[in-house]
Ligand binder design. Structure first.
Ligand code: PEP
Ligand code: MN
Length: 262
């Protein structure tokens, strides 16, 4: 179902009147994790002012260490939905367990994180709902594996899948992951599904986010997901890669020009 040969036209997913895929360019922005009411509402207003179309924020966080901040869970989702109401921005947030699905009723796009890309039972459950799924590429997964995971969702009847390249593990250790730019034109060839890029988790370092974002646009991405925090030094998760609202505003001015050019 994901194969371009079966479906030559680009899939366009309409989320609250915002089109993803088929030549539109959309930016999802917000903090790694929802931390406080002040933090999420302030960042939501900032990214909206700069032109983001969607607000992101994690409430269930897949952390490497069980002692690291795990997210605010249900309370975090409530704060995210308050920020949605205040700004009108549709929201994107990660699900880690199918058991939590009833909490996601008012979430506009459900994210499956890199670490759950091959959680096939979760994918099957998400295939049975009518909501767009943002499926992130696993840390060490091939494009065909990513597409098979999309297939798990689509096989159940939910064809609203957005793919996300977020960097893969390589031998290089100077940055968090290696953004696989080649994945963009190859995925666009193999599939009709929209492909967005998350340069924040690829880079792991703030200064690299903008150049990688530009490379993603030049390579044909349908959108970007960018981490933004109003006080990155104090962030409970991924502060080093989070842009300040000022940096995000600068990035968005360049995104506008680049998206017009390419
Ligand atoms: C995230 O988007 O917050 C995240 C945890 O990303 P990934 O699953 O790509 O590591
Ligand atoms: Mn993060």
């Amino acid at each position: 179902k994901a194969n371009r040969s079966m479906h030559p036209d680009d899939t366009v997913i309409d989320v609250c009147g915002r089109k993803i895929g088929g030549g539109s360019f959309q930016v999802i922005a917000g903090p790694c994790s929802i931390e406080t009411k002040e933090q999420i509402t302030e960042v939501a207003e900032d990214v909206k002012r700069s032109g983001a179309a969607f607000l992101r924020g994690g409430a269930f966080k897949p952390r490497t260490s069980p002692y690291a901040f795990q997210g605010l869970h249900e309370q975090g989702l409530d704060l995210l939905l308050e920020a949605k109401k205040a700004t009108g921005l549709p929201v994107v947030t990660e699900i880690m367990s199918a058991e939590h699905l009833p909490l996601f009723d008012d979430v506009d796009i459900i994210q499956v994180g890199a670490r759950n890309m091959q959680n096939f039972e979760l994918l099957k459950v998400l295939g049975k709902i009518d909501k767009p799924i943002l499926l992130k590429r696993g840390l060490a997964n091939t494009l065909d594996e990513l597409l098979m995971s999309a297939e798990y969702i689509m096989a159940g009847g939910n064809e609203k899948v957005i793919l996300c390249e977020r960097g893969i593990r390589t031998f290089e250790t100077s940055y968090r992951n290696t953004l696989d730019i080649s994945a963009i034109p190859m995925l666009k060839k193999k599939t009709h599904l929209p492909v967005i890029v998350d340069p924040s988790h690829a880079a792991g370092i703030r200064f690299m986010v903008e150049p990688l974002a530009m490379a993603a646009i030049a390579s044909g991405a349908d959108g970007l997901m960018i981490e933004v925090h109003n006080n990155p030094e104090k962030a409970l998760c991924d502060g080093a890669q989070s842009l300040t609202p000022e940096m995000f505003d600068h990035l968005m001015k360049k995104v506008d020009k680049a998206a017009d050019f390419f």
